[in-house]
Design a protein around this ligand. Structure first.
Ligand SMILES: *Cc1c(COP(=O)(O)O)cnc(C)c1O
Length: 378
């Protein structure tokens, strides 16, 4: 058995990363101009089946830029799932708009599409579905609702590089979409993000706002008509991102295989619940999250996490609901309400180790511990 520390998630860099980084250093192109930015944008857009891509500094800034390019502003509302990473809510707040929460589905852990319409008001401008842990949302229903109420869709694909719904990659279903390339995501650039769109107008607006609203067409003057941002990615980050994109299918397959092995080794263990895949989709399993049904498993999640830690296995808690975030109060969000499925995940869930390059023996080791813990007196 492998007694070495098993981290919850580390980056796996197995392609041209070093070669491209060295090229940046050798040529001196280390800032936000350089060939890797353009190549990364092109390669990633092509991989996702989108026309245009704009590389930025993070998934959070990608979400903000996407919303800003659509003209979302103070007085508007944007619907987001209550169970997600805080970046979704913060990005909405940066525009001055208010995030409005919808609970998640009990099985898929994605936004509950049957509860979206009751949250739509005259102020609603967009829906932000989040493909949580790599599981594509029910885009058919979200598109139907968006059309009916004339709303934008801003897909948050930060955890879902290469995930598919009805044979199409996520990120290509909406007005505009956002990805993250943080170190623990399925593809990484160290830090980084990307906005994808098929709409030339949004594309130009994103490029304009990304670079301090310098004109895209006129000779450079230092007069700025709108408030812009410095969300420029560096050529160094793009060099890593491009190398990762070249191997996107390999990394995707590794994450999917990890999940298959977890399910195989834990099958038959009472009280362990996995995320259910959305219909007609490919879930890319960014993280292997499990819920512990205490009554059936017989022990609490906290005790299991402690036991795994003692045996050199790292785990993490799942997100706390958006309706519990004090930081959002000043934006008019109600920090109350019944989001029972979100709360269930927060209370009973944990992430198991999920790096792309986990070995089968490591996954088996983790699963054996989970089984062994049942027999201990702890
Ligand atoms: C990671 C993540 C983000 C933010 O990405 P960063 O690159 O860390 O800013 C946004 N949304 C979701 C769902 C994420 O998991």
């Amino acid at each position: 058995m492998n007694k070495k520390f098993v981290p919850v998630c580390t980056a796996y860099l197995s392609g041209n990363e070093k070669k491209y980084i060295n090229d940046c250093i050798d040529t001196g192109w280390i800032s936000s101009a350089g060939k890797y930015i353009v190549e990364f944008e092109k390669a990633f857009a092509k991989y996702c089946g989108c026309k245009y891509a704009v590389a930025v500094t993070s998934g959070t800034t990608a979400l903000h830029l996407a919303l800003a390019s659509l003209g979302i502003k103070k007085g508007d509302e944007v619907i987001i799932p209550s169970f997600t990473m805080i970046a979704c809510a913060f990005a909405v707040c940066y525009t001055g708009a208010k995030p409005v929460f919808v609970d998640i589905d009990e099985k898929t852990w994605n936004i509950d599409v049957s509860k979206i319409e009751e949250k739509i008001t005259k102020k609603t401008k967009a829906i932000m579905p989040v493909h949580i842990f790599g599981n594509p949302c029910n885009m058919k229903e979200i598109i139907r609702i968006a059309k009916k109420y004339k709303l934008h869709i801003v897909e948050d694909c930060a955890e879902a590089h290469g995930a598919e719904y009805n044979g199409k990659k996520v990120g290509s279903f909406s007005s505009i979409s956002a990805f993250s390339f943080f170190a623990n995501k399925n593809l990484t650039a160290g830090e980084g993000g990307m906005v994808l769109t098929n709409n030339k107008k949004y594309y130009d607006k994103c490029r304009y706002l990304r670079n301090m609203s310098y004109s895209l067409t006129k000779p450079r003057t230092y007069e700025h008509d709108e408030i812009g941002f410095n969300y420029r990615m560096t050529n160094l980050q793009a060099a890593i991102g491009l190398a990762q994109t070249e191997l996107a299918d390999k990394y995707r397959a590794m994450r999917i295989e990890n999940n298959r092995l977890y399910k195989k080794f834990l099958s038959g263990v009472e009280g362990i619940i996995f995320q259910q895949d959305e219909k007609n989709s490919i879930n890319v399993h960014w993280m292997n999250a499990i819920l512990i049904d205490e009554k059936k498993y017989g022990k609490t999640k906290d005790r299991l996490m402690k036991f795994l830690k003692e045996n050199n296995v790292d785990t993490r808690l799942l997100f706390t609901g958006m309706h519990k975030q004090k930081s959002l109060k000043q934006y008019g969000c109600k920090i109350t309400g019944n989001y029972k499925n979100t709360e269930k995940l927060t209370k009973s869930g944990l992430y198991l180790p999920s790096s792309s390059n986990l070995k089968t023996t490591q996954i088996e080791y983790v699963c054996n511990l989970i089984k062994k813990f049942l027999k201990t007196g702890n």
